[in-house]
Design a protein around this ligand. Structure first.
Ligand SMILES: [Mn+2]
Length: 328
């Protein structure tokens, strides 16, 4: 994680300013600390190393991909689920507000991804690990645009993208959607003259056509199928992640909550019949965060409309919690 060495231009403004986090309150003091007591709203008084939250209110990519809409409400549901979780030790984090994709106009999604990118780039350059709360999986291209503009990458840092997902999201469609972000990243990396370093854990064979597998092979994508990511396969999943981490300096972790079994994550556009167990996903997240290379993490595809007892929001929040506390 690079450390900000000088005060820079003011932060790009979010479309929707952050509001205070609230939740169960058992009284003052560290022993009663929950997330809502640790998150402030002022980027200007954030120290390097503090986690920054940014929301991406979008399901335009899901609509274009003919999925179930509703992920635009994901950021608020993730914040609510995280806010009341108890912290094992004090930490400080801040909420930088939301980018909002409004309407289904020609460029609504594309310009929203660019605004997200500007916000993410500013936060990463100031030394903040960024948690981007989606939003459909189109969030990943916006996060990437930000990373691609950071000092760390401009100065030659090697980018690695790890996607925890039932899908490759490498569709070659005319219009960008929630099914295309990683092919867009591949093309951008090629334009930058960099190697596309993309790994996917949890790929479901029945959810990806042979054409998508061929695209993945052509692009040199490394992937581990869901059937080899069970609890008994944990050493395999961990060595997959270790190999990924050894080959990069700056990590973009993208978590599509549809990588989890439908019972754990029903509130997504495409619930998984099989899915990778929470224990495995949680261990993977921990390993990535503990490496110190995690620059940006998106949590994508939470659709509160289809959630049951906030299960999916709680699962996503628990993963954020694990990453945030990995180095404590
Ligand atoms: Mn996805």
């Amino acid at each position: 994680m690079s450390v900000a060495t000088r005060r820079e231009a003011p932060h790009p403004r979010p479309d929707v300013p952050a509001t205070p986090w609230t939740g169960r309150d058992d009284g003052p003091g560290e022993e009663n600390l929950r997330w809502h007591g640790a998150v402030h709203l002022d980027p200007e008084r954030a120290a390097p190393g503090e986690i920054a939250f940014v929301g991406f209110r979008s399901d335009e990519g899901v609509r274009r991909n003919r999925g179930r809409q509703g992920a635009a409400a994901g950021p608020d549901a993730l914040r609510r689920a995280l806010a009341s979780m108890a912290l094992p030790k004090p930490l400080r984090a801040f909420d930088a507000g939301d980018i909002e994709v409004r309407g289904d106009g020609e460029d609504a999604l594309e310009t929203g991804q660019q605004r997200l990118g500007r916000l993410v780039a500013a936060l990463v350059d100031r030394g903040h690990p960024v948690m981007v709360l989606g939003g459909g999986h189109e969030v990943a291209y916006g996060s990437y645009l930000g990373l691609a503009a950071t000092r760390a990458l401009r100065e030659g840092g090697r980018l690695g993208v790890l996607n925890l997902d039932a899908h490759f999201d490498l569709r070659d469609d005319d219009r960008p959607s929630s099914g295309t972000p990683f092919l867009q990243i591949a093309r951008s990396e090629e334009r930058h003259g960099r190697e596309f370093n993309y790994w996917v854990l949890g790929v479901s064979q029945p959810s990806n056509t042979q054409r998508l597998f061929r695209t993945a092979d052509r692009l040199g994508v490394r992937h581990l199928p869901d059937t080899r990511c069970g609890l008994l396969d944990l050493p395999r999943a961990e060595s997959f992640v270790d190999e990924f981490l050894a080959g990069c300096d700056v990590v973009h972790l993208s978590i599509d909550l549809d990588v989890l079994p439908a019972a754990v994550a029903p509130g997504v556009s495409a619930p998984a019949a099989y899915g990778v167990p929470m224990e495995v996903i949680e261990r993977v997240c921990h390993r990535v965060a503990a490496s110190g290379k995690l620059a940006v993490c998106d949590i994508a595809e939470l659709n509160p409309e289809f959630d049951v007892d906030q299960r999916t929001a709680r699962a996503g929040a628990r993963l954020i919690h694990r990453m945030a506390t990995a180095r404590m």
